[in-house]
Design a protein around this ligand. Structure first.
Ligand SMILES: C[S@@+](CC[C@H](N)C(=O)[O-])C[C@H]1O[C@@H](n2cnc3c(N)ncnc32)[C@H](O)[C@@H]1O
Length: 209
């Protein structure tokens, strides 16, 4: 592939992300489960069905599965799927790994999950599709379902440069609150060093139940 071809691949295409995996350019990857989510999952009393959007290398997905939750990890990049599949096999974990564009999920699932988990997927998609994303999350969740997420990067302008695209916290709240009620919002003490003060932990509950 010529460099011009690579540059012309849009971030809404799996090939864009596949190139990052192949080049080892995964600045987003923590290399371990997210401490904030580890802390949150430890407080959960019963097994949950959890859908992880843009799950990447699946650190959180694997960790939740290890803790006995029913996890569906979705990504459209080949390498993400291969890496998660290999890791799940190695650990002998039962993980539903789905090679799919998240915007096709509504064709597959309807009000199915207790939890949809978000971390650096919202900032990875085209900002013009954010309302679609929120509607899709709403439809994937059971009536009592919740979105648990970390919104990042809240310190970056939404100026067309990305991914990651900036996540203005007030605008994002307004968008989510059309469909959800805010349950929790905090600047997490457990952020990794390079993201300290640049992200917000949120829990939103579906409206109307
Ligand atoms: C910035 S990475 C984050 C990965 C993971 N959430 C993490 O924090 O380590 C974004 C991931 O979302 C995936 N992705 C982006 N847009 C997607 C879409 N429309 N459908 C499915 N996966 C998508 C990419 O392939 C990539 O693995």
């Amino acid at each position: 592939m010529h460099i011009t071809d690579i540059q012309s691949i849009h971030h809404s295409q799996p090939e864009y992300w596949e190139n990052s995996y192949n080049a080892g350019e995964m600045a987003w990857d923590l290399g371990e489960p997210t401490p904030i989510f580890k802390n949150w999952i430890h407080s959960q009393k019963k097994p949950l069905s959890i859908c992880i959007l843009g799950a990447g290398n699946g650190w959180d997905a694997l960790y939740f599965a290890e803790k006995g939750h029913e996890v569906t990890a979705v990504d459209f990049a080949d390498s993400a799927i291969t890496n998660m599949t290999n890791a799940a096999k190695k650990k002998n974990l039962n993980l539903n790994i789905l090679h799919e564009d998240i915007f096709n999920l509504e064709k597959l699932y309807d009000a199915q999950f207790d939890i949809v988990l978000e971390y650096t997927c919202y900032c990875a998609i085209d900002p013009n599709k954010r309302t679609n994303y929120i509607q899709m999350v709403n439809n994937l969740l059971k009536p009592s379902g919740k979105l648990v997420g970390i919104l990042f990067p809240i310190d970056k302008e939404l100026d067309g440069n990305g991914p990651p695209f900036g996540v203005d916290i007030n605008t994002t709240m307004t968008l989510f609150l059309k469909y959800f009620t805010l349950v929790e919002k905090e600047i997490p003490a457990l952020s990794i060093e390079r993201r300290r003060g640049r992200e917000v932990f949120v829990i939103f509950k579906k409206n109307g139940y």
